[in-house]
Design a protein around this ligand. Structure first.
Ligand SMILES: Cc1ncc(COP(=O)(O)O)c(C=O)c1O
Length: 434
């Protein structure tokens, strides 16, 4: 296995050939992902490189985790400095660290004042690692609020969620997935969730009862087919939450941090939720980092010493990366960039759709764009795009997901559009120049 230590002259971790890497996964890995036939050796900005140094445009950005582009120099530098300066490693949570304190202050101020009906004393932040862990924090918060403030007996709390939701893979979170495959055989499942149609305010209203403590919503659904709710949906949720004393939590893990052309996706309807979950892009895609942010009063109500914790949650390296990534987000005005480049890209994709027999609908905001295809098999087009050096995948089977890094430039947009045209417009099958 000494070969693993030999670096690839084209860059990357090893010289182990692609075939062996795929065999290793086959033999030693769980087969829980369907992969495109490609081994990525290196990533920079909007580009991914194979073992021969061929480049592929990343039209997916790790489902928004690479919003700032791969190995953003400022974030990578911060991480390297933390390692070289010996302020990166995980410490026992019995001591304070300056990266955590600084990151918390920055993240708390990154969101507007949440849950304003509980006061204007700022927000507080609870950091974790993968996004689903912060979804769990949000669920705990909604449940505890219902128990302690609304008098709901502990164990009877209910949270309203939405059909085709995706919030991660822990047992509690898959318990309220409406995708059978995510749940089947993994029981007993966690009770206390009621799922209604995404976008249907009437169904939400009907689902509310004396045990309801909160609403958990993706303001736009990434995994659920790049679904955009009808206008007024989020405003309606805000109204129902206020009228029924519920906590409204937005999962912005995929659609926040500029992805849809706004800093937060909930801004499309000018509402302010009671809690926000961020992950993925929060640390520039270099280390896992997620947060649940809420009004300071709520955070102090729910969490006291010993009621929660995580070995790596808020550890120095993640906080250094997070602080750097938040600075890059602001400095490079990534939300604005996503809005302008996304509008341009969508317009060009819509023009392709007019000539294509395969496209049913083009939808999206900012650089969160879905191309729904008529035959329901979006992966077929994604495989053709791979042959043309573009990496994208499907969402919900029927939709090609276009979500490149938010730093994408006009030349890269051109590269992407030409290849989309090749696969979507019949008779345009010649391979564009790389
Ligand atoms: C909206 C949303 N919530 C939660 C998650 C789970 O995040 P993680 O995979 O980091 O646990 C994802 C991941 O794709 C997501 O898109």
């Amino acid at each position: 296995m000494g070969v693993l230590e030999k670096m690839n002259p084209n860059g990357g971790f090893s010289t182990v050939p692609d075939r062996s890497i795929m065999d290793f996964e086959e033999q030693f890995g769980a087969h829980h992902y369907e992969r495109l036939h490609m081994v990525v050796r290196r990533a920079r900005g909007c580009w991914l490189f194979d073992e021969n140094g061929n480049r592929y445009l990343d039209g997916l950005a790790a489902y928004s985790a690479a919003n700032t582009g791969h190995h953003h120099p400022a974030i990578a530098k911060a991480v390297i400095q933390a390692l070289q300066g010996e302020f990166a490693s995980v410490l026992s949570n019995v001591v304070y660290t300056d990266p955590l304190g600084i990151f918390l202050a920055k993240a708390a101020g990154f969101a507007p004042q949440l849950a304003t009906r509980f006061g204007n004393n700022g927000n507080k932040v609870l950091p974790k690692n993968g996004g689903v862990e912060s979804v769990e924090t949000a669920i705990k918060t909604m449940r505890y609020y219902g128990y302690s403030q609304k008098g709901i007996p502990d164990g009877d709390q209910e949270i309203i969620v939405f059909d085709n939701n995706f919030h991660g893979r822990t047992i509690s979170v898959v318990s309220f997935s409406t995708t059978e495959k995510y749940r089947q055989g993994f029981g007993p499942l966690t009770p206390g969730f009621v799922s209604v149609a995404f976008g249907d305010l009437f169904a939400v209203e009907k689902a509310i009862n004396a045990n309801t403590c909160g609403i958990l919503v993706e303001p736009m659904q990434g995994e659920g087919g790049m679904a955009i709710p009808p206008k007024g949906f989020l405003k309606g949720l805000r109204r129902l939450a206020d009228e029924n004393d519920l906590l409204l939590v937005c999962d912005e893990i995929q659609v926040g941090m500029g992805r849809t052309g706004k800093k937060f996706c909930f801004e499309h309807e000018e509402i302010v939720p009671d809690g926000v979950i961020l992950g993925k892009a929060l640390s520039g895609g270099l280390v896992p980092l997620s947060v649940f942010i809420t009004n300071a009063w709520i955070m102090d109500l729910v969490f006291s010493k010993g009621s929660d914790g995580s070995t790596f949650g808020g550890y120095p390296l993640a906080c250094v990366a997070g602080t750097a990534a938040l600075s890059v987000f602001e400095k490079e005005q990534l939300a604005l960039r996503s809005a302008t480049k996304g509008a341009l890209l969508k317009q060009r994709i819509q023009a392709i759709a007019l000539q294509s027999p395969h496209v049913k609908e083009v939808r999206g905001e900012g650089l969160f764009i879905g191309i729904e295809v008529n035959n329901g098999n979006a992966m077929e087009f994604c495989r053709k795009l791979l042959d043309l050096n573009v990496i994208v995948n499907d969402s919900h089977g029927h939709t090609i997901r276009i979500s490149p890094p938010l730093i994408i430039n006009d030349h890269e947009i051109d590269f992407l559009v030409k290849r989309l045209e090749t696969v979507l417009v019949d008779g345009k099958s010649s391979k564009p120049h790389l």
